[in-house]
Design a protein around this ligand. Structure first.
Ligand SMILES: Nc1ncnc2c1ncn2[C@@H]1O[C@H](COP(=O)(O)OP(=O)(O)OP(=O)(O)O)[C@@H](O)[C@H]1O
Length: 254
């Protein structure tokens, strides 16, 4: 049973829009007029070195920070004007997924989904965990014994249960082995099949082509370039990244 209403997706409204967003921390300019728009169902990889502004961007979208100029819209809702409604449309997978160690995968998913206003029956919970890539043998095991990749799959299932329109991923493949990172790509596709747009902040150049439709390279709080991944090979993505960073003017704090 769904306690919250499903949000209708209007394909003509961007799932996410950052408009000329600026964010300063004291005299440090973390974002300097960042504009990004994502269509429903689009996967966008935000690449950038340490300090580029990726986490600041995610925190602004989530409403944890307020921009000093510009604004953020989620599914057409301004995060500054309508924060709760905007947040209800966002599912967020943090770098480290915290689960109750004594509860099983199904119990964790059911518990967190209920906190988000959705009651799942066991069959729905199993289907979500399977979509997120968690093998059925693990569904009833306590989370205490789960690897990082398994915890992420449960986190992704929790995110999918939310009926959001935008999925935010923060460094989703950091600390995962190649097989677990590949499973995550499958989980992202499951989100896309449900119509979610996905923004992933990442250092993982090698997975970008498999997962993302578009990439943006951020440095010093500015977007240096945006490209469709279909037109690039993995080697070209790496070359583009290194070239963009090498040719950019050195930025304070970047
Ligand atoms: N709370 C804060 N107070 C002061 N400066 C901050 C704060 N948060 C971020 N910054 C600064 O803003 C800039 C952007 O940081 P941010 O964490 O967004 O980068 P990032 O791309 O996520 O880096 P990383 O890949 O290392 O996580 C950096 O110069 C950082 O030092």
């Amino acid at each position: 049973m769904t306690l919250l209403q499903n949000h209708r997706v209007d394909a003509s409204v961007p799932a996410l829009r950052l408009h000329e967003v600026r964010k300063d921390f004291g005299d440090r300019q973390a974002l300097r007029g960042l504009s990004i728009a994502l269509r429903p169902g689009e996967v966008y990889a935000l690449l950038g070195p340490n300090g580029a502004g990726k986490t600041t961007t995610l925190n602004l979208i989530l409403g944890f920070l307020s921009p000093d100029a510009g604004h953020v819209e989620v599914a057409g809702l301004r995060v500054d004007r309508d924060p709760l409604a905007a947040r209800a449309r966002i599912a967020y997978l943090p770098e480290t997924v915290m689960l109750h160690p004594r509860l099983s995968a199904i119990e964790n998913l059911s518990y967190f989904a209920l906190l988000g206003g959705r009651r799942l029956d066991p069959a729905q919970a199993r289907a979500l965990l399977a979509d997120a890539g968690l093998q059925s043998e693990a569904h009833e095991r306590p989370a205490a014994g789960f690897s990082k990749g398994m915890r992420q799959k449960v986190g992704l299932a929790i995110a999918l249960a939310k009926n959001a329109q935008l999925l935010l991923l923060d460094e989703p493949t950091s600390g995962l082995d190649a097989s677990a990172a590949n499973d995550l790509s499958l989980g992202v596709r499951a989100a896309v099949r449900r119509g979610l747009a996905v923004l992933m902040a990442t250092h993982d150049l090698y997975r970008v082509k498999d997962v993302a439709d578009r990439l943006g390279i951020l440095r010093g709080g500015r977007l240096l370039t945006e490209r469709a991944t279909a037109e690039l090979s993995p080697a070209q993505i790496e070359a583009l990244y290194l070239h963009a960073l090498a040719s950019a003017e050195p930025e304070f704090g970047a």
